[in-house]
Design a protein around this ligand. Structure first.
Ligand code: ADP
Length: 352
Protein backbone atom coordinates (compact mmCIF):
# COMPACT_ATOMS: atom_id res chain seq x y z
CA UNK A 1 0.00 0.00 0.00
CA UNK A 2 1.33 3.44 -0.91
CA UNK A 3 0.26 6.42 1.14
CA UNK A 4 2.30 9.05 -0.67
CA UNK A 5 2.72 7.81 -4.22
CA UNK A 6 5.63 10.05 -5.08
CA UNK A 7 8.10 8.81 -2.44
CA UNK A 8 9.77 5.43 -1.91
CA UNK A 9 8.33 3.04 0.65
CA UNK A 10 11.25 3.31 3.09
CA UNK A 11 10.87 7.07 3.25
CA UNK A 12 7.14 6.71 3.79
CA UNK A 13 7.76 4.47 6.78
CA UNK A 14 10.23 6.97 8.18
CA UNK A 15 7.67 9.76 7.81
CA UNK A 16 5.11 7.73 9.70
CA UNK A 17 7.61 6.77 12.44
CA UNK A 18 8.53 10.42 12.94
CA UNK A 19 4.92 11.60 13.02
CA UNK A 20 3.46 9.21 15.62
CA UNK A 21 3.20 10.30 19.27
CA UNK A 22 4.67 6.95 20.42
CA UNK A 23 8.39 6.56 20.98
CA UNK A 24 9.76 4.21 18.34
CA UNK A 25 13.05 2.33 18.24
CA UNK A 26 14.51 -0.24 15.87
CA UNK A 27 17.46 -2.59 15.95
CA UNK A 28 19.28 -4.68 13.37
CA UNK A 29 20.29 -8.33 13.37
CA UNK A 30 23.24 -7.50 15.67
CA UNK A 31 20.70 -6.57 18.41
CA UNK A 32 22.05 -3.00 18.42
CA UNK A 33 19.60 -0.11 18.21
CA UNK A 34 19.86 1.68 14.88
CA UNK A 35 16.88 4.04 15.01
CA UNK A 36 15.02 6.25 17.48
CA UNK A 37 12.22 8.52 16.31
CA UNK A 38 11.82 12.20 17.16
CA UNK A 39 9.35 11.51 19.98
CA UNK A 40 11.95 9.30 21.70
CA UNK A 41 14.71 11.89 21.30
CA UNK A 42 12.49 14.69 22.63
CA UNK A 43 11.63 12.53 25.65
CA UNK A 44 15.24 11.68 26.54
CA UNK A 45 16.63 15.01 25.40
CA UNK A 46 19.49 13.35 23.57
CA UNK A 47 20.66 13.39 20.00
CA UNK A 48 20.26 10.38 17.74
CA UNK A 49 24.03 10.05 17.65
CA UNK A 50 24.23 9.79 21.44
CA UNK A 51 21.41 7.26 21.67
CA UNK A 52 22.91 5.09 18.94
CA UNK A 53 26.14 4.79 20.90
CA UNK A 54 24.12 2.52 23.22
CA UNK A 55 23.63 5.45 25.60
CA UNK A 56 19.90 4.77 25.55
CA UNK A 57 20.48 2.02 28.16
CA UNK A 58 21.76 4.64 30.61
CA UNK A 59 18.33 6.24 30.68
CA UNK A 60 16.65 3.11 32.01
CA UNK A 61 16.08 3.15 35.77
CA UNK A 62 18.90 1.23 37.55
CA UNK A 63 16.32 -1.10 39.17
CA UNK A 64 14.78 -1.99 35.80
CA UNK A 65 17.77 -2.16 33.48
CA UNK A 66 18.75 -5.80 34.14
CA UNK A 67 15.16 -6.97 33.71
CA UNK A 68 14.75 -4.94 30.53
CA UNK A 69 17.97 -6.22 28.91
CA UNK A 70 17.11 -9.81 29.79
CA UNK A 71 13.59 -9.58 28.35
CA UNK A 72 14.90 -7.83 25.24
CA UNK A 73 17.73 -10.33 24.71
CA UNK A 74 15.56 -13.40 25.34
CA UNK A 75 12.88 -12.14 22.94
CA UNK A 76 15.49 -11.22 20.36
CA UNK A 77 17.19 -14.62 20.54
CA UNK A 78 13.89 -16.45 20.04
CA UNK A 79 12.59 -13.87 17.53
CA UNK A 80 9.49 -13.43 19.65
CA UNK A 81 7.55 -10.27 20.33
CA UNK A 82 7.75 -8.94 23.87
CA UNK A 83 5.97 -6.50 26.17
CA UNK A 84 7.58 -4.85 29.14
CA UNK A 85 6.99 -2.00 31.58
CA UNK A 86 10.02 -0.09 32.83
CA UNK A 87 11.08 3.38 33.98
CA UNK A 88 12.88 5.66 31.55
CA UNK A 89 14.57 8.96 32.44
CA UNK A 90 13.18 12.05 30.78
CA UNK A 91 15.30 15.01 29.66
CA UNK A 92 14.52 16.78 32.98
CA UNK A 93 15.75 13.87 35.10
CA UNK A 94 12.27 12.57 35.99
CA UNK A 95 11.71 8.80 35.60
CA UNK A 96 8.44 7.82 33.96
CA UNK A 97 6.84 4.41 33.50
CA UNK A 98 6.92 3.29 29.88
CA UNK A 99 5.18 0.40 28.15
CA UNK A 100 7.34 -1.06 25.39
CA UNK A 101 6.10 -3.48 22.75
CA UNK A 102 8.82 -4.98 20.56
CA UNK A 103 8.17 -7.12 17.49
CA UNK A 104 10.55 -8.92 15.12
CA UNK A 105 10.41 -7.77 11.52
CA UNK A 106 11.20 -9.62 8.34
CA UNK A 107 11.51 -9.04 4.58
CA UNK A 108 8.72 -10.26 2.30
CA UNK A 109 10.91 -13.35 1.73
CA UNK A 110 11.03 -14.04 5.44
CA UNK A 111 14.58 -12.85 6.15
CA UNK A 112 14.97 -11.56 9.73
CA UNK A 113 15.83 -7.85 9.83
CA UNK A 114 15.75 -7.06 13.53
CA UNK A 115 13.14 -5.65 15.90
CA UNK A 116 10.92 -2.59 16.00
CA UNK A 117 9.56 -1.33 19.29
CA UNK A 118 6.93 1.23 20.20
CA UNK A 119 6.77 2.78 23.64
CA UNK A 120 4.06 4.78 25.37
CA UNK A 121 4.18 6.77 28.59
CA UNK A 122 1.95 5.01 31.17
CA UNK A 123 2.97 7.08 34.21
CA UNK A 124 -0.53 8.52 34.80
CA UNK A 125 -2.07 5.07 34.43
CA UNK A 126 0.40 3.66 36.97
CA UNK A 127 -0.35 6.46 39.43
CA UNK A 128 -4.10 5.89 39.06
CA UNK A 129 -3.47 2.18 39.64
CA UNK A 130 -1.49 2.95 42.81
CA UNK A 131 -4.29 5.20 44.08
CA UNK A 132 -6.79 2.40 43.43
CA UNK A 133 -4.58 -0.07 45.37
CA UNK A 134 -4.30 2.39 48.26
CA UNK A 135 -8.06 2.85 48.28
CA UNK A 136 -8.69 -0.92 48.27
CA UNK A 137 -6.23 -1.37 51.11
CA UNK A 138 -7.69 1.46 53.22
CA UNK A 139 -11.32 0.49 52.54
CA UNK A 140 -10.82 -3.17 53.39
CA UNK A 141 -9.01 -2.30 56.62
CA UNK A 142 -11.82 0.08 57.63
CA UNK A 143 -14.52 -2.47 56.79
CA UNK A 144 -12.95 -5.37 58.63
CA UNK A 145 -13.60 -4.43 62.27
CA UNK A 146 -17.26 -3.25 62.03
CA UNK A 147 -18.16 -6.38 60.08
CA UNK A 148 -16.38 -8.62 62.58
CA UNK A 149 -18.23 -6.90 65.46
CA UNK A 150 -21.55 -7.28 63.59
CA UNK A 151 -20.89 -10.99 63.26
CA UNK A 152 -20.23 -11.36 67.00
CA UNK A 153 -23.52 -9.59 67.90
CA UNK A 154 -25.52 -11.58 65.36
CA UNK A 155 -24.10 -14.79 66.81
CA UNK A 156 -25.13 -13.69 70.31
CA UNK A 157 -28.62 -12.72 69.14
CA UNK A 158 -28.98 -16.06 67.39
CA UNK A 159 -28.02 -17.95 70.55
CA UNK A 160 -30.58 -15.95 72.57
CA UNK A 161 -33.26 -16.51 69.89
CA UNK A 162 -32.64 -20.25 69.89
CA UNK A 163 -32.51 -20.49 73.69
CA UNK A 164 -35.73 -18.51 74.15
CA UNK A 165 -37.47 -20.20 71.18
CA UNK A 166 -38.33 -16.96 69.38
CA UNK A 167 -40.10 -18.46 66.39
CA UNK A 168 -38.14 -18.13 63.19
CA UNK A 169 -35.72 -15.47 64.48
CA UNK A 170 -32.88 -17.96 64.94
CA UNK A 171 -33.29 -19.12 61.34
CA UNK A 172 -33.24 -15.55 59.97
CA UNK A 173 -30.23 -14.62 62.08
CA UNK A 174 -28.41 -17.66 60.71
CA UNK A 175 -29.09 -16.27 57.22
CA UNK A 176 -27.69 -12.88 58.28
CA UNK A 177 -24.58 -14.60 59.63
CA UNK A 178 -24.17 -16.47 56.34
CA UNK A 179 -24.14 -13.16 54.44
CA UNK A 180 -21.73 -11.60 56.95
CA UNK A 181 -19.40 -14.57 56.42
CA UNK A 182 -19.48 -13.88 52.69
CA UNK A 183 -18.59 -10.24 53.37
CA UNK A 184 -15.72 -11.25 55.67
CA UNK A 185 -14.37 -13.59 52.98
CA UNK A 186 -14.47 -10.79 50.45
CA UNK A 187 -12.74 -8.35 52.79
CA UNK A 188 -10.07 -10.94 53.61
CA UNK A 189 -9.45 -11.48 49.89
CA UNK A 190 -8.99 -7.73 49.43
CA UNK A 191 -6.61 -7.62 52.40
CA UNK A 192 -4.63 -10.54 50.94
CA UNK A 193 -4.41 -8.65 47.67
CA UNK A 194 -2.75 -5.77 49.50
CA UNK A 195 -0.37 -8.19 51.22
CA UNK A 196 0.66 -9.60 47.85
CA UNK A 197 1.18 -6.11 46.41
CA UNK A 198 3.37 -5.17 49.36
CA UNK A 199 5.14 -8.54 49.59
CA UNK A 200 3.88 -9.11 53.11
CA UNK A 201 1.84 -12.27 52.60
CA UNK A 202 3.36 -14.61 55.16
CA UNK A 203 3.03 -18.36 55.05
CA UNK A 204 2.91 -20.45 58.16
CA UNK A 205 4.23 -23.73 56.79
CA UNK A 206 4.13 -27.01 58.66
CA UNK A 207 4.01 -30.70 57.83
CA UNK A 208 0.57 -32.26 57.77
CA UNK A 209 -1.31 -35.14 56.20
CA UNK A 210 -2.97 -33.93 53.04
CA UNK A 211 -5.81 -36.38 53.69
CA UNK A 212 -6.77 -34.43 56.85
CA UNK A 213 -7.32 -31.31 54.79
CA UNK A 214 -9.35 -33.18 52.17
CA UNK A 215 -11.50 -34.75 54.91
CA UNK A 216 -12.17 -31.29 56.39
CA UNK A 217 -13.16 -29.91 52.99
CA UNK A 218 -15.46 -32.88 52.26
CA UNK A 219 -17.11 -32.49 55.63
CA UNK A 220 -17.77 -28.75 55.38
CA UNK A 221 -18.91 -29.10 51.77
CA UNK A 222 -21.43 -31.84 52.56
CA UNK A 223 -23.49 -29.63 54.88
CA UNK A 224 -24.17 -26.72 52.50
CA UNK A 225 -23.80 -27.79 48.94
CA UNK A 226 -25.79 -27.72 45.74
CA UNK A 227 -23.19 -29.97 44.08
CA UNK A 228 -21.92 -33.42 45.05
CA UNK A 229 -18.18 -33.38 45.73
CA UNK A 230 -16.72 -36.62 44.38
CA UNK A 231 -13.23 -37.20 45.73
CA UNK A 232 -11.12 -39.93 44.16
CA UNK A 233 -7.50 -41.07 44.20
CA UNK A 234 -4.92 -41.27 46.93
CA UNK A 235 -4.39 -38.41 49.36
CA UNK A 236 -2.26 -40.40 51.76
CA UNK A 237 0.86 -38.24 51.69
CA UNK A 238 2.45 -35.51 53.75
CA UNK A 239 3.01 -31.94 52.60
CA UNK A 240 4.97 -29.06 54.07
CA UNK A 241 2.58 -26.17 53.51
CA UNK A 242 0.47 -23.47 55.07
CA UNK A 243 -2.67 -25.53 55.69
CA UNK A 244 -5.04 -22.55 55.95
CA UNK A 245 -3.71 -20.96 52.76
CA UNK A 246 -3.89 -24.27 50.90
CA UNK A 247 -7.46 -24.70 52.15
CA UNK A 248 -8.21 -21.17 50.89
CA UNK A 249 -7.00 -22.15 47.39
CA UNK A 250 -8.96 -25.41 47.32
CA UNK A 251 -12.15 -23.76 48.62
CA UNK A 252 -11.76 -21.05 46.02
CA UNK A 253 -11.38 -23.57 43.18
CA UNK A 254 -14.33 -25.61 44.45
CA UNK A 255 -16.50 -22.48 44.94
CA UNK A 256 -15.68 -21.42 41.37
CA UNK A 257 -16.47 -24.90 40.07
CA UNK A 258 -19.86 -24.62 41.78
CA UNK A 259 -20.54 -21.06 40.68
CA UNK A 260 -19.65 -21.62 37.04
CA UNK A 261 -21.61 -24.89 36.66
CA UNK A 262 -25.15 -23.90 37.69
CA UNK A 263 -26.76 -26.72 35.72
CA UNK A 264 -24.46 -29.50 36.90
CA UNK A 265 -24.65 -31.40 40.16
CA UNK A 266 -21.17 -32.82 40.50
CA UNK A 267 -17.58 -31.64 41.06
CA UNK A 268 -14.77 -34.14 40.72
CA UNK A 269 -11.62 -33.88 42.83
CA UNK A 270 -8.91 -36.26 41.66
CA UNK A 271 -5.78 -36.57 43.78
CA UNK A 272 -2.56 -38.36 42.87
CA UNK A 273 1.04 -38.34 43.97
CA UNK A 274 4.16 -39.64 42.21
CA UNK A 275 6.35 -39.40 45.30
CA UNK A 276 7.71 -35.98 44.32
CA UNK A 277 4.65 -33.94 43.48
CA UNK A 278 1.04 -34.14 44.45
CA UNK A 279 -1.47 -33.36 41.71
CA UNK A 280 -4.99 -32.22 42.49
CA UNK A 281 -7.44 -31.92 39.61
CA UNK A 282 -10.72 -30.12 40.24
CA UNK A 283 -13.18 -30.71 37.43
CA UNK A 284 -16.57 -29.15 36.83
CA UNK A 285 -19.10 -29.68 34.06
CA UNK A 286 -20.10 -26.07 33.63
CA UNK A 287 -19.81 -23.19 31.21
CA UNK A 288 -16.10 -23.70 30.44
CA UNK A 289 -13.51 -21.06 29.55
CA UNK A 290 -12.50 -19.92 26.06
CA UNK A 291 -8.85 -20.41 25.08
CA UNK A 292 -8.29 -16.62 25.01
CA UNK A 293 -9.62 -16.28 28.56
CA UNK A 294 -7.54 -19.21 29.77
CA UNK A 295 -4.46 -17.02 29.21
CA UNK A 296 -5.92 -14.17 31.25
CA UNK A 297 -7.92 -15.52 34.19
CA UNK A 298 -4.99 -15.66 36.65
CA UNK A 299 -4.46 -11.92 36.29
CA UNK A 300 -5.60 -9.52 39.00
CA UNK A 301 -9.19 -8.27 38.55
CA UNK A 302 -9.63 -10.17 35.29
CA UNK A 303 -13.12 -11.54 34.80
CA UNK A 304 -13.71 -13.91 31.90
CA UNK A 305 -16.02 -13.12 29.02
CA UNK A 306 -18.11 -16.07 30.28
CA UNK A 307 -18.66 -14.32 33.63
CA UNK A 308 -21.83 -12.35 33.03
CA UNK A 309 -21.99 -9.92 35.97
CA UNK A 310 -25.61 -10.71 36.86
CA UNK A 311 -25.44 -14.49 36.74
CA UNK A 312 -21.89 -14.85 38.04
CA UNK A 313 -20.98 -12.05 40.44
CA UNK A 314 -17.34 -11.68 41.48
CA UNK A 315 -14.31 -9.42 41.60
CA UNK A 316 -11.78 -11.41 39.60
CA UNK A 317 -9.26 -11.85 42.41
CA UNK A 318 -9.73 -15.47 43.57
CA UNK A 319 -7.56 -17.10 40.92
CA UNK A 320 -4.90 -14.39 41.17
CA UNK A 321 -4.63 -14.99 44.93
CA UNK A 322 -4.65 -18.78 44.46
CA UNK A 323 -1.86 -18.58 41.90
CA UNK A 324 0.30 -16.40 44.19
CA UNK A 325 -0.24 -18.73 47.16
CA UNK A 326 0.61 -21.81 45.10
CA UNK A 327 3.72 -20.13 43.68
CA UNK A 328 4.85 -19.37 47.23
CA UNK A 329 4.61 -23.12 47.81
CA UNK A 330 6.75 -23.85 44.71
CA UNK A 331 3.73 -25.44 43.08
CA UNK A 332 1.84 -24.75 39.87
CA UNK A 333 -1.74 -23.96 38.95
CA UNK A 334 -3.08 -24.47 35.44
CA UNK A 335 -6.37 -24.76 33.67
CA UNK A 336 -7.72 -27.04 30.95
CA UNK A 337 -11.12 -26.26 29.60
CA UNK A 338 -13.48 -26.63 26.70
CA UNK A 339 -15.90 -23.78 26.22
CA UNK A 340 -19.42 -24.92 27.07
CA UNK A 341 -18.30 -28.28 28.49
CA UNK A 342 -16.49 -27.59 31.74
CA UNK A 343 -13.11 -26.87 33.25
CA UNK A 344 -10.37 -28.62 35.15
CA UNK A 345 -8.00 -26.69 37.40
CA UNK A 346 -4.78 -28.61 38.04
CA UNK A 347 -2.73 -27.86 41.09
CA UNK A 348 0.68 -29.42 41.72
CA UNK A 349 2.49 -29.23 45.01
CA UNK A 350 5.82 -30.72 46.12
CA UNK A 351 5.31 -33.40 48.76
CA UNK A 352 7.39 -33.66 51.89
P1 ADP B 1 -14.35 -14.27 39.88
O1 ADP B 1 -14.94 -15.64 39.92
O2 ADP B 1 -14.69 -13.42 41.05
O3 ADP B 1 -14.59 -13.58 38.58
P2 ADP B 1 -11.72 -15.58 39.81
O4 ADP B 1 -10.38 -14.96 39.91
O5 ADP B 1 -12.02 -16.68 40.75
O6 ADP B 1 -12.75 -14.39 39.97
O7 ADP B 1 -11.91 -16.11 38.32
C1 ADP B 1 -11.51 -15.31 37.23
C2 ADP B 1 -12.33 -15.69 36.01
O8 ADP B 1 -12.03 -17.02 35.63
C3 ADP B 1 -13.82 -15.67 36.23
O9 ADP B 1 -14.36 -14.37 36.02
C4 ADP B 1 -14.32 -16.67 35.19
O10 ADP B 1 -14.43 -16.05 33.94
C5 ADP B 1 -13.18 -17.68 35.09
N1 ADP B 1 -13.39 -18.91 35.87
C6 ADP B 1 -12.81 -19.25 37.04
N2 ADP B 1 -13.17 -20.49 37.42
C7 ADP B 1 -13.99 -20.94 36.46
C8 ADP B 1 -14.69 -22.18 36.25
N3 ADP B 1 -14.61 -23.20 37.11
N4 ADP B 1 -15.46 -22.30 35.13
C9 ADP B 1 -15.55 -21.29 34.24
N5 ADP B 1 -14.91 -20.10 34.38
C10 ADP B 1 -14.14 -19.95 35.47
Amino acid sequence: MKLFKSIPQEEQLMLIAEAVPAMIWACGIDKKRNFFNKTWLIFTGRSLKEELKEHWVENIHPDDVKRYIKRYSDAFDCRKKFKIEFRLRKFNGEYRWIFDHGVPHYTAEGKFLGFVGSCIDIQEMKEADDRKDEFISAASHELKSPVTIMKAYVQMLREVAVATQQGKSGHYLAKVEEQINKLIKLINNLLDLTKIQTNTLQLDKDTFKFKDLIDEIEESHASISSHRLEVQGDSDFVVFSDKDRLAQVLYNLIDNAKKYSPHADKILVDISCDGRDARIRITDYGIGISSEDQLMIFKRFYRGTNANKKSFPGLGIGLFLSMQIIREHNGTLQVESEYGKGSTFILTLPVH
